[in-house]
Design a protein around this ligand. Structure first.
Ligand code: DWN
Length: 404
């Protein structure tokens, strides 16, 4: 077997299955969240995959536009694409609520989004959106109806697809001779460095590195000609991919990233075993911090009902005895309960009152945006708690260091 398990995060629910109430809890679905490293192609993947329709359906809660950071991030990338490509004919795989495609013309843009509630949003605003999973069938259909694409883009979606061969075959068919396939997803090296084990959950079937994607692309005559390490979502990597014989030259950034990955031994199983030990320590330290605060009778509120935090809450056995409730600005998460851990989610306006002295940063990837927004909370003596890269309390005096 080329896949070796290095991390066991226990029984976990489907992260998107927010509960309307706490009745019929015996019907909640759980699976074993274990993570593997493939010694042949360096790919990090889950050991068991959850059925896609259980995760991506007409009740999908996450809205990519819910943070200003991400709106700006995609605006910036769209400007870069327009500079690189004359007359962009774009396809987006996994368009969510349209945060990226809204920067392109409706006429020349096609989107694929399997969550029909999200696909309806972009359809309504005039973008051709197919409410299906990305596969050979839809790629053939788009080829016939809309022709080849000179830009194929995907953010936080390719890592969600179990069968990667079909992804790349389908992209290859649709990509113009000198077209560019850009995709970005959480970066395994950032996970190792940040000890952000919460990047492992049902939707993240794989976590990529430059090394693993290079290996995956080989058999499809596709190649990476540029790559960038990004700060968003707690550390992501963006790949710029073209046909083997397209005009693009490999950039220096690519060799720098390869050197960095080898220096950090991401091609060694031992690296992942060491990470798994750090994860265990992180769990106990976080629990100690939360329990000590609760012993003093203080209220702790979670900031952001993130999918990521589902892994933390369920792995660390955190429930509403430790986190009183969670605030989140996404309307369709509000007044629901988190899967498995059953913590109530409420609107930020209702949740942030003077009683709250501690906030757990479950959306730690937006630390800068949240701290800036909630600076008065810190000024009034409040504290944040984070587990990244190690569990600790953040006070006003620490802000400069934390967001520099
Ligand atoms: O890949 C994925 C990423 C991109 O998005 C998906 N599989 C699902 C989702 O994961 P997540 O839930 O961990 O993502 P976020 O973007 O870290 O979620 C942030 C949550 O926090 C959202 O529900 C919005 C909320 N939030 C808030 O209430 N106030 C966020 C900010 C910045 C805020 O100020």
């Amino acid at each position: 077997m080329s896949k070796k398990i290095f991390l066991n995060l226990g029984r976990q629910p489907v992260t998107n299955s927010y509960l309307n109430n706490l009745k019929n809890l015996n019907k909640e679905y759980f699976y074993d969240l274990r993570v593997t490293y493939n010694i042949k192609n360096n790919l990090v993947s889950l050991a068991n995959y959850v059925k896609p329709t259980m995760m991506f359906n007409n009740k999908y809660a996450h809205r990519a536009s819910s943070s200003k950071t991400m709106q700006l991030h995609f605006k910036k990338l769209s400007n870069e694409c327009k500079k690189k490509i004359k007359k962009v004919k774009c396809l987006e795989i996994g368009s969510n609520d349209g945060v990226f495609i809204k920067n392109f013309s409706k006429k020349s843009t096609v989107a694929v989004e399997p969550c029909s509630n999200l696909a309806n949003l972009t359809k309504k605003s005039g973008y051709t959106t197919y409410p299906v999973f990305w596969n050979k069938k839809i790629s053939n259909k788009i080829l016939i109806k809309h022709g080849k694409r000179n830009l194929i883009f995907s953010a936080n979606t390719i890592s969600h697809i179990e069968k990667l061969d079909e992804v790349f075959i389908s992209v290859k068919k649709l990509l113009d001779n000198n077209g560019i396939f850009i995709f970005e997803d959480p970066y395994i090296l950032s996970v190792l460095k940040n000890n952000s084990y919460d990047q492992f959950y049902d939707e993240h079937a794989h976590l990529f590195s430059y090394l693993s994607v290079t290996n995956l692309l080989k058999k499809f005559s596709l190649r990476i000609f540029d790559a960038k390490i990004l700060n968003v979502h707690g550390g992501s990597i963006r790949f710029y991919i073209c046909h083997e014989n397209a005009k693009y030259k490999k950039t220096r950034s690519v060799s720098k990233i390869l050197t960095l990955e080898l220096k950090n031994k991401i091609n060694k199983f031992q690296t992942y075993k060491k990470f798994a030990n750090r994860v265990k320590k992180s769990k106990f330290k976080l629990l100690r911090i939360l329990k000590n605060i609760k012993k003093k009778g203080k209220v702790i509120v979670g900031y952001g009902a993130t999918y990521k935090s589902s892994t933390i809450y369920n792995y660390c056995n955190i429930n509403d005895k430790l986190i009183d409730y969670i605030i989140d600005n996404t309307k369709n998460k509000q007044n629901k309960f988190t899967p498995g851990s059953h913590i109530k989610i409420i609107a930020p306006k209702k949740g942030l009152d003077n009683k709250v002295k501690y906030i757990f940063l479950s959306a730690w990837n937006f630390k800068r945006e949240i701290i800036n927004k909630e600076i008065n909370f810190l000024k009034k003596g409040g504290s944040f708690i984070t587990h990244v890269p190690y569990p600790r309390i953040i006070k006003l005096k620490d802000v400069k260091n934390e967001i520099s």
